[in-house]
Structure formats: C-alpha cells, structure tokens
Design a protein around this ligand. Structure first.
Ligand code: 4NP
Length: 156
C-alpha cells in the first residue's frame, strides 16, 4: 500500500479558510473512495486564534452544504511541517510569504490552493469580507483542481 499523500492547508488564523478547505477536501476524497489515500490537516501562520475551533461562518457554511466539519483547533505552522507534509497549500500571497519564512527550505511542495486552477488567484479572507459563500466557492474550485492535478500526475 502506498504511503498516504499528506496535505496541509494553511491560512492566517486557521479558523476560517484552511479548516474549510480541510473539511471540504476530506469530504471530496471521501466521495471518490480515496479517504485512506490521504492524510489532511490545517495550520495558521499567525498566533491570533490559536486553540480556537473553526469560525461560526465556516461551520455554518459547511453545514448548509452538507459537509461534515473535521474537528480542529487552530495551531501554528512549524518548520517541521515542511518535512511532515507532501503539499502545503496557502490561500493568499501574504500566507505564502509567511509560509516561506516559517518553512525555509523544505521537502514539501509549497503553493497556493488556486494555483492548481485555470485562474490562479488569492482566496479572500472571510474574517474581513464576511463572505463565506465566496470562500466556499473558491475552496471547492481549488480542491477539485488539486485532486485533478494529483490524478494527472499519477499520484492516485
Ligand atoms: P483565516 O481568517 O486566516 O481564514 O482563518 C482569519 C481568522 C482570524 C484572524 C485573522 C484571519 N485573526 O486575526 O484572529
């Protein structure tokens, strides 16, 4: 049996976007019967919300979409994560800067989630926009594109 593909989603606070991506991607691979092929988690670049569960906006949006929330408490990205994960996927350029600073040289592939789509761009922070519908739509697009990329690469 192959080793699971280890995926870590990262955002600023680890209570809005990255736990939404963690739960959505877990749901998506579950739908495809691929749950045992993945190890999935999420982390923050900043300490502001450490220890907190996912934001109410994230929980409510996932619930409306019929997607189970993966229980999570915000934790900081560490340098060791760069060796523990295969893919470390941020949400915006600010995340990317902090990820590079924290991770330094590492074996993981570090990218933004929407880099795998036909229209690479940032996923706006709903902590500031309040728009969890837009966040979800972007995360759904990014996760589908990332899974398609893994399939194209023969990783699955
Ligand atoms: P996230 O949003 O990066 O999508 O989790 C934020 C959540 C909390 C804070 C900032 C952004 N905060 O400053 O506590």
């Amino acid at each position: 049996m192959n080793q699971p593909i280890r995926v870590l989603f990262v955002c600023l606070g680890n209570i809005c976007r990255s736990p939404m991506a963690e739960s959505y991607f877990a749901w998506l691979v579950g739908q495809r019967g691929l749950s045992d092929r993945f190890s999935i988690s999420s982390a923050a670049t900043h300490s502001d919300a450490l220890g907190n569960p996912p934001h109410r906006g994230t929980r409510e949006k996932l619930s409306r979409e019929g997607i189970s929330l993966i229980p999570h408490r915000a934790r900081l990205l560490t340098r060791e994560d760069g060796e523990r994960y295969d893919y470390i996927l941020g949400m915006d350029e600010e995340n990317a800067r902090h990820m590079r600073r924290i991770l330094g040289e590492c074996s993981a592939r570090v990218a933004l989630l929407l880099d795998f789509t036909e229209r690479p761009r940032a996923i706006a922070d709903p902590w500031f926009t309040g728009n969890f519908d837009e966040t979800f739509s972007d995360i759904r697009e990014g996760c589908s594109a990332f899974l398609a990329y893994l399939e194209r690469e023969g990783r699955l």
